[in-house]
Every structure is written in C-alpha cells, then in structure tokens.
Design a protein around this ligand. Sequence first.
Ligand code: NAP
Length: 130
Amino acid sequence: MATEQRPFHLVVFGASGFTGQFVTEEVAREQIASEQSSRLPWAVAGRSKEKLQQVLEKAAQKLGRPSLSSEVGVIICDISNPASLDEMAKQAKLVLNCVGPYRFYGEPVVKACIENGTSCIDICGEPQVL
Ligand SMILES: NC(=O)c1ccc[n+]([C@@H]2O[C@H](COP(=O)([O-])OP(=O)(O)OC[C@H]3O[C@@H](n4cnc5c(N)ncnc54)[C@H](OP(=O)(O)O)[C@@H]3O)[C@@H](O)[C@H]2O)c1
C-alpha cells in the first residue's frame, strides 16, 4: 500500500554491514546506469550516520561517482527504537533489510513495515527464521 508521497522508493537498512555494503553498491550501480528520468530516489539506513556516510563514500570511489553521497538519503534507525523503525518505514515504498541475525533483529522490522504499509524484503538464510 505504498503511496506516492513517500520520499524514497527503496531504503537499504543495515547498509553498513558486510552484506549491506554490497547491496548498497549494487543499488548505486543500477541507479547510475539508469537514464536520469528512470532513476528512483533511495536511501541508506542504520544506527551510525558516520558509518553510512563512509559506505556511500566508498561506493562513490569504487563507482567513480563523487556526487553519490549527495544523491542518496541517510536515515538513522535502530532496531531497539521502534519509533525510528516506524519513521524509516513511513519514508519508503520498500525496505531492503540487511540487518541480521534475523532471528534476533528481524521481527521488529517486519512489524514496522506491516503497520506502515511498506513492502519489505530481506536476505535471510537462517533456518530458525525461515
Ligand atoms: N542469504 C544469504 O546467503 C546470506 C548471506 C550473508 C548474510 N546473510 C544474512 O544477512 C545478515 C547480515 O549479515 P552480515 O554479514 O552483513 O552482518 P554484519 O556485517 O554483522 O552487519 C549487520 C548489520 O546490522 C546492523 N545492526 C546491528 N544491530 C543493529 C541495530 N540494533 N539497529 C540497527 N542496525 C543494526 C549493523 O549496523 P552497525 O554497522 O551499526 O553495527 C550492520 O549494518 C546475516 O545475519 C544473515 O542472516 C544472508
């Protein structure tokens, strides 16, 4: 039930993690390769603004796109703070959740997305969750 008023099409949550960095880089690569008119607004999310900025800077260097940091939103969000999860979910059409282990951290993100009408996908391979 995502609406057009949401500022971001996609939010990569946990962008500072090992996997989240690869996901962030791939989203950036896709967006850069797309025609200007078909690019989607997107953001990275996590609990450390500094780490998120470092991830964007690293991707910018790797992809030869110095302006990347200014083209991508940054959302501060912590699993232990449900209000911050709601706030993230409200801003996105889709949350791509890379914060794991999902057996500890997954459920609050799914809950926030359901309650705010946001689509949610993850990279979970944990049998306990699946
Ligand atoms: N399906 C697969 O093949 C596959 C492969 C690899 C991984 N995975 C899944 O992906 C998950 C992540 O793996 P990873 O290696 O990328 O882990 P990781 O490097 O430890 O990254 C974990 C991420 O979660 C964030 N995080 C932890 N606690 C948080 C909190 N309270 N609030 C907000 N963010 C928090 C970390 O943020 P900070 O940087 O701030 O600590 C970091 O961005 C794994 O648990 C696994 O289930 C699946």
